[in-house]
Design a protein around this ligand. Structure first.
Ligand code: ADP
Length: 256
């Protein structure tokens, strides 16, 4: 930016003076691009099931009008697509709510031991459905952290659900809590599925990032789960550490 310098009253300059100022806007540009990528991705993700719903509705109105068998099949698919859209909208709302309160540190006393017991109970039916043994290794006493209980439930539901979903072949998921040198508490979620190739690991918490096309086709999900986890943990000043040895085991650790 070049701006003429306004001289203080009474001062005289032989020649007109100009001020040349530089401002680095690359960070602003990057944020702006991220925002528009996000809107484009979200719209695309919503448009796909919407287009499919419209297609099936048109078929129901026309070619399948008198075909009760096809109608039944289409209704199942349409319900599935509607559920996908509602999961996506829920996740988008979660993200936007979290963004609004990103600067507020949560301060309720939360016992991770009882919280994980509760999460296990709510995910047990899913684990059984996927034929995965969900095992919990918890200390006898409580493990207290400052946090927001509902948000932490969301974190561990997400991580354990992912471990069951993507590590299904490994047949078991181990969840453990341990205290580190009396100062930190770690919760780990381990699965023995195919794992994550190292080049993908740093990008997993990006919005809409999914490792493979096969994942997005065969496993239900929005690609927003780990982005939400990351947001919640940042607000809790906790870290997410991801370690994967493809073909052996994958570990997601939350360190408070
Ligand atoms: P999604 O809704 O797709 O599950 P997430 O943000 O929770 O979204 O996860 C992003 C991607 O990370 C997943 O699509 C999957 O490819 C990969 N991923 C997450 N957890 C695991 C895991 N335990 N094992 C292998 N891949 C995983």
């Amino acid at each position: 930016r070049i701006a003429p310098v306004v001289m203080p009253q009474g001062a005289v300059a032989d020649e007109p003076l100009y001020l040349l100022s530089f401002k680095d806007i690359s960070e602003l540009r990057r944020l702006d691009r991220m925002r528009s990528d996000f809107v484009a991705n979200a719209s695309h993700e919503l448009r796909t099931p919407l287009a499919s719903l419209r297609g099936f509705l048109e078929t129901l109105q026309g070619p399948a009008k008198n075909d009760p068998k096809a109608q039944e099949r289409f209704i199942v698919i349409m319900l599935d697509q509607a559920n996908r859209m509602s999961r996506l909208v829920d996740d988008l709302l979660s993200l936007s709510r979290l963004e609004m309160k990103a600067h507020l540190a949560p301060e309720d006393k939360v016992d991770l031991v009882s919280l994980l017991g509760h999460v296990r109970d709510s995910l047990q039916p899913l684990a059984e459905e996927m034929d995965v043994e969900l095992s919990l290794d918890l200390p006898d006493g409580p493990a207290l952290v400052l946090g927001d209980r509902d948000e932490l439930v969301q974190v561990f539901e997400n991580l354990i659900e992912n471990a069951c979903k993507y590590g299904q072949d490994g047949k078991r998921v181990d969840v453990g809590v341990k205290a580190i040198s009396g100062k930190a508490v770690e919760v780990s979620v381990v699965d023995y599925g195919p794992g994550i190739p190292p080049e993908h690991v740093p990008r997993l918490t990006e919005r809409f990032y999914r490792v493979s096309l096969a994942d997005s086709r065969s496993k239900k999900g929005t690609g927003l789960g780990l982005a939400i986890v990351k947001h919640i943990l940042t607000r809790h000043r906790a870290r997410l550490i991801i370690k994967s040895e493809p073909g052996a085991k994958t570990e997601f650790t939350v360190r408070f």
